[in-house]
Unconditional design. Structure first.
Length: 768
């Protein structure tokens, strides 16, 4: 026997690769059911699983990682990995699955079960195909992740979803899920009750219609109706209250709103003590311990103990948050606060959430209406804006305070929370094209600080006379004039003021310093650079760089906004705008293409190169000018890449540079029939010798060619599939929107898996 072992091991490679390759007429991807593919064999269409080698006539259902498949009229269940977990031998199979919220890749299912039917009988298997309920019941239905309902002789009971143990023998006409996975509602044809999943009856089957539940402050109650009587029970079935006709929760309280007859009150369900008598025709859910109630005389507001906060004399009362949003219940501030620390959200979303938490924690207000007139009261019931004083009222939140933008007879103003007008009602509000705060729109401490207002037009001019009101100082910061106002950042405001026809005066307001810097009448534009510098453009299009206090940092008579037509336009980097300082250097678009300055205005040139792009990540695309007699200009540029010291990272031998990646953060250098791929930070992804590099950042990988053969690599440059194929086509519905690949080698099409191995099926035609 010992002499046979070496021979056996020698034969192992033969056995491992001797699987017979199947030849079919055509094959290709089929949308939405990956990893199954569509195959034509002997003029018949099939679904085929590459790893499992399963031939399927049709797919009935697909949920999570399971397929209900049909072959020769019978049903089975196929897992995505290729395992046939339920043999194709059943008359019918249904998937019973459940998950909370919106489905997304990687989301966990609450449960996955398989309902099996054969010869008029029904059973259930788990997601691995293990039989939980034998196929012997009249019907079977998944109630929740813990129990499965089973029926015989038209009566229902249930079994454990864990091991199939009978927990309740069939004796009810109907059962359904209720409240949580620990309960099941049981019914006769017209009565309902409640049991625990272990079969213990906690609410007798004597209530009309279905039971209901309400969730209060850490407590859940069950409502059951008998005729006109409504019982309130705890989750053990104990009757807490009886005789009332309805119950509603109160946010943040264990007490409940109750209804008796046609009137509402408040009751403690534990002590059964009536806290507020049922004397209200309507009583909304309490918000922050105050509730809007109605009597015959009108609407009013009471606190949780019944004390009147606003008298019952209004036609309508609404609760407003600090920013004017209508409130119908208390918001879960803690939930939003937790999201702020979620590492998966962007900084922009984080700032928005923090701002919304601020608003939610700020005081609420009451909007009251009487005789068609509206006013505002604070949470203590004190009047801020009397009824009818203004026709329009809009709430604006800033820095913990609420301001009221009010209007009457087409005039507007601003009222503070003490009721005083801080901007007289003589204006209109305007935030049109003459005002911009786009640079700080996500910085709510500054974007919400200023209100633009208008004093109409002057003569026949189309521009409005706009001004700026500062809510921090509660004063007019910029008086109305025909002008444009731009909020640069938390420190600077730019004003472009019309002084005569087509003549403008520019000035900068320093918010923290309360100081104005003016500019002479030769200035035509001012832009902010890196929050610390101003780029000033003049009538002759010349540019100067100053600090925000006006000190000249740099000027150059050849530096203009048009730049030079001889300058190369290097491909943009979406992540960063042009014209800023990167790694302490700012590119100067003058006659020279390799000129930079540092942050104190010192010039720096890269003398060995004719043109150099910005050093976004510490590396820059650059170009050298070389003689080319075949070109009509007599020269051409060759591109490469350098670091901050001028060292060559990519040799200067490429004719073109393209970008790819989500933010154009990857560069493709091209020449003749060769390309290389490089990150903006100088990392070489693929070196020389490649062609046809895929330009697009939508996938986790990219295709490339080498020696006219195609392969696949990830964005680090790791080769996933060697360049062996004449064609490569992704599976857009597959894993990573890629796998398995459909490839062509010679005259044959194959499928290639993530491990780079070809599957044992091929055709000379591909399906579309």
């Amino acid at each position: 026997m010992k002499h046979l072992l070496p021979i056996f091991f020698l034969l192992l490679p033969f056995f491992g690769y001797s699987q017979t390759v199947q030849i079919v007429e055509s094959m290709g991807f089929e949308r939405s059911i990956s990893p199954l593919i569509k195959v034509k064999k002997e003029k018949k269409d099939f679904f085929y699983h590459l790893a499992g080698n399963h031939w399927i006539d049709d797919v009935e259902e697909h949920a999570a990682d399971l397929f209900v498949v049909i072959k020769d009229g019978y049903y089975g269940v196929l897992h995505e990995d290729g395992d046939l977990i339920v043999p194709i031998a059943y008359d019918e199979i249904e998937l019973a699955t459940s998950y909370d919220g919106q489905w997304h890749k990687g989301k966990q299912y609450d449960y996955k079960y398989l309902v099996l039917k054969k010869n008029g009988k029904t059973g259930v298997a788990d997601e691995k195909g293990k039989i939980i309920v034998p196929v012997q019941f009249q019907k079977a239905e998944v109630i929740n992740k813990n129990i499965i309902g089973v029926a015989d002789d038209h009566l229902w009971g249930w079994v454990s979803a864990l091991n199939g143990q009978i927990l309740q023998r069939p004796q009810y006409e109907y059962i359904t899920s209720f409240l949580s996975d620990e309960f099941v509602e049981i019914r006769t044809h017209d009565k309902s009750g409640l049991a625990k999943i272990n079969g213990e009856l906690i609410v007798p089957v004597e209530y009309d219609s279905h039971l209901q539940y309400i969730k209060g402050d850490g407590q859940t109650y069950i409502k059951g109706k008998k005729g006109t009587q409504l019982d309130l029970m705890d989750t053990n079935g104990n009757v807490l209250l009886s005789g009332y006709t309805d119950y509603k929760i109160i946010d943040g309280s264990k007490w409940l709103i109750f209804k008796q007859g046609n009137h509402y009150g408040v009751v403690d369900p534990i002590s059964k003590k009536v806290i507020i008598k049922n004397e209200f025709e309507q009583l909304d859910s309490f918000i922050r311990n105050l509730g809007i109630a109605k009597k015959a005389s009108g609407y009013g507001v009471i606190d949780i103990n019944g004390k009147t906060i606003l008298p019952f004399e209004y036609e309508e009362i609404r609760v407003l948050a600090a920013n004017g949003n209508h409130k119908y219940s208390s918001s879960p501030v803690i939930g939003m606060s937790d999201l702020i620390f979620d590492a998966n959200i962007t900084e922009q979303v984080r700032q928005r959430l923090a701002y919304e938490v601020q608003i939610e924690q700020a005081p609420y207000f009451f909007e009251v209406t009487k005789n068609g007139k509206t006013g505002i009261c604070n949470w203590d019931g004190k009047t801020i804006i009397p009824l009818g004083k203004y026709q329009n009222i809009k709430l604006h939140y800033y820095n913990g305070k609420t301001f009221f933008l009010v209007g009457s007879n087409q005039n507007s103003g601003i009222v503070y929370e003490n009721g005083m007008e801080i901007l007289p009602v003589h204006y209109s509000f305007d935030d049109g094209y003459q005002y911009s705060a786009s640079g700080i729109e996500d910085q709510f401490d500054i974007s919400q600080r200023f209100i633009t207002f208008s004093d109409g037009k002057a003569g026949e001019h189309h521009a409005l006379k706009i001004g700026l009101f500062d809510l921090e100082t509660k004063k007019v910061l910029i008086s109305p004039h025909e002008q444009q106002i731009t909020i640069f950042n938390k420190d600077l405001i730019l004003v472009r003021k019309l002084v005569s026809n087509y003549q403008y005066q520019f000035w900068i307001y320093h918010i923290g310093q309360d100081k104005i810097r003016t500019f002479d009448n030769t200035v035509t534009d001012i832009r902010l650079v890196n929050d610390h510098f101003l780029l000033v453009e003049h009538h002759d299009k010349s540019l100067q760089l100053t600090d925000t206090d006006g000190k000249l940092v740099y000027s150059n008579t050849n530096w203009t906004s048009d730049g030079s037509y001889d300058l190369i336009r290097f491909p943009n980097y979406k992540k960063y705008p042009n014209g800023r300082f990167y790694h302490g250097l700012k590119k100067i678009y003058a006659k020279e293409g390799n000129l930079f300055i540092d942050t104190v205005g010192n010039e720096k040139r890269f003398e060995e190169y004719d043109q150099v792009d910005d050093f976004y990540e510490g590396y820059a695309i650059a170009a050298k000018k070389i003689i080319d007699k075949e070109n009509y200009s007599g020269f051409k540029y060759q591109r490469g890449m350098i670091d901050l010291k001028g060292n060559i990272v990519v040799p200067f031998e490429y004719e073109q540079v393209l970008t790819t990646g989500k933010e154009s953060d990857i560069l493709i250098f091209s020449k003749l029939n060769q390309q290389i791929m490089v990150r903006r930070d100088g990392q070489i992804i693929l070196g020389p010798g490649y062609q046809d590099l895929e330009v697009g950042g939508a996938y986790l990988n990219f295709t490339f060619a080498k020696g006219d053969k195609y392969g696949l690599a990830d964005w680090s440059g790791k080769i996933l599939v060697e360049p062996l194929y004449d064609e490569i086509r992704r599976n857009y519905e597959g894993e990573d929107k890629t796998w398995p690949l459909l490839v062509k080698e010679g005259e044959w099409y194959y499928f290639v898996g993530k491990d780079g191995q070809k599957y044992a099926i091929k055709s000379k035609e591909k399906r579309y």
